[in-house]
Each structure stands twice: as structure tokens, then as C-alpha cells.
Design a protein around this ligand. Structure first.
Ligand code: F6P
Length: 359
């Protein structure tokens, strides 16, 4: 019997269960239910380190297509700690290899984002058979046009921007909405454009607060009494761009500005007198059922992973490139982040319709 391990690691997102289901169902039909055993590894690499595994049954994968979160549980197990033994006195790489052996696994499917891919590549280099599946609402995994979870989060964030419009217009306020995305601004860019935000601020394009204030004032002068600003969690102004993340956070804390949205709202209100509010949807963007797009993508990704198992093509991660499902070598995608390029088509489109990026 082929034994296939499966784990979900890092922050959860819609589409994890749909991907697990796609992979499991494709394996069962490809190899036959009697010839394959799927081993669920709990809470990501933590479960692999501690041999926290269970044999799954075909019925475990029924009815989960529409469910948010992950039936396997997930945990952030930072890559940089994987090779540090002193922290907890555990040789984590050795333990993961031991679990793999003890569970008699033929391979492991690792569903996760950039951090997960780093550890997946490490295990692959250690000789384990690994196949990655690209998950994240941030859409920042190199080598794939899209990750599962992203479009659902775009839909949710767009609804937030939509709803903020009515309250912003009623009160004639500046509404500063913080959207997840610490390093990459894809989610803010897409939902900002889809929701009709007036100003979009992303980490890749450091903003000049004077230009942001100017954009709000220009709108007011033309009779628009409100402005919606979509801000990525990791956005920074031009004076902060050269700082390290910790230094930036320290400076903001000293100024009593806990988040970037907080900082922006305060600065706009002080400069213009326009009443400003902040909105932080936070983890709501990661919760709930995947969209139809993500269910389809997750199913395709899962089925592709099963195909790779059949071909014994390990050390790869599934990808969507153009309209085709494909794969990249794990070693090619790790240690890279897919950022929004300054000349991204959607940035250019936004600018062409008058959206300010604060630059
Ligand atoms: O990587 C996905 C993500 O949602 C980021 O956008 C965000 O910065 C981070 O996770 C939040 O992580 P946590 O759930 O651990 O607070």
C-alpha cells in the first residue's frame, strides 16, 4: 500500500480542505481505495516532529469542499527554528525524518505558504519525497500566478471596502482600511481596485504621506466628501522604507501609532481636519468557505499533486502558470517572494483611472 502523508502549515486560509479533498479523492481513484492509505499529520510540521499522525478514511474527505480552515489543524513552525536544536532541545529535522520512516510514508504533501515551502525544500534535500501545494491569501509564492485562498480573500476584502463606502459617504469621512499582507500587497491591490478605493498603499510602493493628504484634499475640492484608503498591513512611508521591520514598529509604538492605518488616519486628520476612522477586518479575511474560483483551483491543484505522486515526481510544488496547472522545483521557489512589481498591470490600470498609490 502506498502511504501518503498530508499536512497543512502556516496561517490557515479558505481552500485548504478543498485541496486536501482533491488530492485524496484523486489518489483513491488513481490507485484504488485498497492500495492507498492517507496519513493525516496534525498541526503542520509540529505534528511531523512529534509523530502526531492518524490514518484517514475516504469518508473523512467527504463534505469538506466548502469548509474553511483545515481539518488537519495548522501551526506556524518557523523555518529558521527548524535547524536550531538549542531552543527546545529537539533535533526537529531528525524527528521529522524519524516520523516519516516510522509511519512508512512514501511521500508527504505539504500545503502552505513561503515558510512551509522553505521547510518542504529542506526535507526534500534531506531525502524525503515531498510535494508542495501553494496556499496563501497573500498570493506571494514565487512561480505561480495564483495561490489558493487568495481570490476568496479578495472577495471578502472587496465586500469590506464596499460596505465601508456607505458609511464613509454618510459621515463624509476618510476611512482607512487595513488589509492583510505583511510583505506583499496583492490582496490590497486587487480588493482596492475591485472595491473602488481612492487610494491604495502597498509595501512595494512606499508612500509619501503628503501625496496621500493631497489626494484626499483634491477629492474634497472636487466635491467628494469622503475618501477610502486601502492599506496593506505592511505598507510603509518613504521615511520608513529603509528601516528594518522591528525598527519601524518601535518608531510607530513610540509615536503611539500601533498600526500603519492608525498612523495614516492620525496624520490625515491632523493635516486636513477631515474626520478619519480605521477599519481592521484582520482574520475575517482568512475565514469561512472558499469561493467557487478557489474550490476549482484547489481541486485542480490537489488532483495535480496526485498525478505527481503517480509519476513519482518529488521535490516539486504545484503551480498555475497562465491557464495551465504545472509545477516548479521546490528549490526554485524557496527563498523568494513574489512581490507586486511597480509596473504591474493593475497598478498601471489603477493609476490610469486616478487611483493614488501615494507615490
Ligand atoms: O500569511 C498570511 C497572513 O494572513 C498575512 O497576510 C498576515 O500578515 C499573517 O498571515 C498573520 O498571521 P497570524 O495569523 O499568525 O497572525
Amino acid at each position: 500500500k502506498r502511504r501518503i502523508g498530508i499536512l497543512t502549515s502556516g496561517g490557515d486560509c479558505p481552500g485548504l480542505n478543498a485541496t486536501i479533498r482533491g488530492a485524496a479523492k484523486a489518489c483513491y481513484s488513481m490507485f484504488g481505495e485498497d492500495n492507498v492509505e492517507i496519513v493525516g499529520i496534525s498541526n503542520g510540521f509540529h505534528g511531523l516532529i512529534h509523530n502526531n499522525c492518524r490514518i484517514m478514511k475516504p469518508e473523512d474527505f467527504s463534505g469538506i469542499l466548502t469548509q474553511g480552515g483545515t481539518i488537519l489543524g495548522t501551526k506556524r513552525t518557523p523555518y529558521k527554528m527548524m535547524q536550531v536544536i538549542e531552543a527546545d532541545n529537539i533535533d526537529k529535522v531528525a524527528e521529522m525524518k524519524a516520523t516519516y520512516k516510522q509511519q512508512k510514508l512514501d511521500c508527504i504533501l505539504t500545503l502552505g505558504g513561503n515558510g512551509t515551502h522553505k521547510t518542504a525544500n529542506l526535507l526534500s534535500e534531506e531525502g524525503l519525497n515531498i510535494i508542495g501545494l501553494p496556499k496563501t491569501i497573500d498570493n506571494d509564492i514565487w512561480g505561480t500566478d495564483v495561490t489558493f485562498g487568495f481570490h476568496t480573500a479578495v472577495d471578502i476584502a472587496t465586500e469590506v471596502v464596499d460596505r465601508i463606502h456607505t458609511t464613509a459617504t454618510s459621515h463624509r469621512r476618510i476611512m482607512v482600511i487595513e488589509i492583510m499582507g505583511n510583505k506583499a500587497g496583492w490582496l490590497t491591490l486587487y480588493s482596492g481596485i475591485a472595491g473602488g478605493a481612492d487610494i491604495i498603499l502597498i509595501p512595494e510602493i512606499p508612500y509619501d504621506i503628503d501625496k496621500v493628504i493631497d489626494a484626499c484634499e483634491k477629492r474634497a475640492q472636487s466635491g467628494k466628501t469622503f475618501s477610502i484608503i486601502a492599506v496593506a498591513e505592511g505598507a510603509m512611508d518613504i521615511t520608513e522604507a529603509a528601516m528594518k521591520k522591528k525598527e519601524r514598529a518601535k518608531k510607530r509604538a513610540e509615536a503611539g501609532e500601533t498600526t500603519v492605518t492608525n498612523r495614516i488616519a492620525k496624520q490625515i486628520e491632523a493635516a486636513t481636519g477631515f474626520e478619519s476612522r480605521t477599519v481592521v477586518p484582520g482574520h475575517i479575511l482568512r475565514g469561512g468557505s472558499p469561493s467557487a474560483y478557489d474550490r476549482v483551483l484547489a481541486t485542480k491543484f490537489g488532483a495535480r499533486a496526485a498525478m505527481l505522486i503517480k509519476q513519482e515526481k518529488y521535490g516539486y510544488t504545484v503551480a498555475k502558470i497562465g491557464s495551465k496547472i504545472s509545477e516548479n522545483k521546490l528549490s526554485d521557489v524557496t527563498m523568494k517572494t513574489k512581490f507586486v512589481p511597480e509596473n504591474d498591470e493593475l497598478v498601471i490600470t489603477g493609476k490610469s483611472i486616478g487611483v493614488s498609490f501615494g507615490d
